[in-house]
Ligand binder design. Structure first.
Ligand SMILES: Cc1cc2nc3c(=O)[nH]c(=O)nc-3n(C[C@H](O)[C@H](O)[C@H](O)COP(=O)(O)OP(=O)(O)OC[C@H]3O[C@@H](n4cnc5c(N)ncnc54)[C@H](O)[C@@H]3O)c2cc1C
Length: 408
């Protein structure tokens, strides 16, 4: 009879941890409080599951303890992940390095994980609530649950973060870790939309455009990213917004001011945009300013830019003053908005913050405080960029924790 392993949380990291432990010969039980495992997994990548990324560097991860994420990822990385899923029968494909199942169905990834759970005789307790703090009593872990007491030699906490709580990760995992003495950095929403002040956002709702989003605190650049930005009635969304959002979350939580500066022509320098506008005005001097940016920007955005530059919409382009061209240039190249808040955990894809990684051994994910206790996945104070990096973190930590936890 192998070691008894309990895994709390049947999400990405918990499922892989359970499989890895079972492969080591352990007898594994998953405690999942939802009615099925892998709920969040199903919604990843808009239902297509961007499960990893072929281009992975240390810059793709944020953690209070620099260097921790790569120590983990160097032990079980992208190649290992592809091999792991290949062994389960998954065919993957890469789109510019972003890896998806060939079927582009997140459900396929979950189905194969579920088949492996069955094949390895892993016990899965669904709708199972932990009713009292988990404990270590005389060398064994004890979970008092709605489905009875579960005793094990080792315990893997893989209960996720507080992002998208409807999928099951409601933040309760932090308390489970805290009960064992682990320090938790306050979780904040990350990979999330930013709410901005400015009445014009109502008029801009629905616009999608290529832009650079630069986030500033006071005069300091916090982060920037370029790609398809979505303008909404409350602010900004889209991947570049998500990528910088963790920095907004942090600064706002510390009571600091945050500004987003959008560049709607990121591929052109300020001088080139100026020359371009001047040239167009010379070519079409009679064109009314309300139409002047048509064909360059989305109609809604074009009008807002002209209005915010203080240019009368009926004025012919040939009569616009140099000062007004400068104003327009400012709006196009550095459109400023005050960030008032991020959207809530409900809309966030991940959290920044979580269990302090200094209290965990990177090679095995075992707690330095409680031998036999392991922490995996987003519960830890590590958040990745958008692009498959967070699932990669879940697979890597889950696998390493499971392998160590299950070994004799
Ligand atoms: C909409 C959306 C899209 C995303 N898309 C991507 C993507 O394409 N690529 C990518 O890399 N990342 C993506 N992510 C992030 C990624 O899904 C997560 O980082 C990853 O799922 C974290 O894995 P985890 O195992 O740590 O936590 P989770 O997957 O959240 O799993 C935690 C599990 O623990 C269970 N649980 C929690 N508390 C308890 C408790 N007290 N008792 C019992 N069970 C409990 C939960 O019900 C859940 O099943 C996305 C996230 C969202 C919300």
């Amino acid at each position: 009879m192998g070691k008894r392993v309990t895994v709390v949380g049947g999400g990405a990291s918990g499922l892989v941890a359970a499989i890895a432990a079972a492969r080591q010969g352990a007898e594994v039980t998953i405690i999942e409080h939802k009615s099925c495992v892998g709920k969040k997994l199903l919604s990843t990548g808009n239902g297509r599951c961007n499960l990893t990324n072929l281009s992975l560097t240390k810059e793709c991860y944020h953690c209070s303890q620099q260097g921790f994420p790569m120590k983990v990822l160097n032990r079980f990385g992208v190649e290992d992940t592809l091999a792991f899923f290949g062994e389960l029968g998954l065919m993957t494909k890469s789109k510019n390095g972003y890896v998806y199942p060939n079927s582009e169905q997140a459900a396929a990834v979950l189905d194969l994980l579920n088949l492996e759970l069955e094949r390895r005789h892993i016990r899965v307790l669904l709708n199972c609530e932990i009713e009292q703090p988990l404990q270590k009593v005389r060398g064994r872990f004890l979970a008092r649950t709605s489905q009875g007491n579960i005793s094990s030699d080792v315990l893997i906490l893989a209960a996720g973060s507080q992002a998208a709580p409807v999928t099951g990760s409601d933040g309760s995992g932090y308390q489970l870790a805290r009960n064992f003495g682990h320090r938790i950095f306050p979780p904040l929403p990350a990979l999330v939309q930013l709410r901005c002040s400015g009445k014009y956002f109502k008029q801009l709702a629905g616009v999608r455009c290529e832009a650079r989003v630069a986030l500033y605190g006071k005069e300091r650049l916090l982060a920037s990213d370029t790609g398809e930005v979505q303008l909404t009635d409350y602010g900004i969304s889209g991947i570049p917004t998500f990528q910088v959002s963790r920095f907004a979350s942090r600064s706002l939580s510390e009571g600091k001011d945050v500004r987003a500066v959008l560049d709607f022509m990121p591929a052109m320098s300020r001088t080139d945009v100026k020359l371009f506008l001047k040239h167009k005005a010379e070519l079409l001097p009679d064109m009314k300013c309300r139409d002047f940016l048509t064909g360059i920007f989305h109609k809604k955005l074009a009008l807002v830019l002209i209005k915010l530059a203080g240019i009368p919409t009926e004025q012919p382009a040939g009569r616009v003053t140099d000062t007004s061209w400068e104003q327009l240039l400012n709006r196009i190249k550095s459109f400023e908005a005050t960030v008032t808040a991020t959207n809530s955990f409900d809309q966030a894809q991940v959290c920044c913050g979580g269990a302090d990684t200094r209290e965990v051994v990177p090679e095995t994910l075992e707690s330095r405080l409680v031998p036999g206790l392991y922490l995996a996945g987003e519960l830890l104070d590590v958040d990745g960029c958008c692009g498959g990096y967070n699932l990669q973190w879940a697979w890597s930590t889950g696998y390493l924790a499971g392998m160590d936890a299950g070994s004799e």
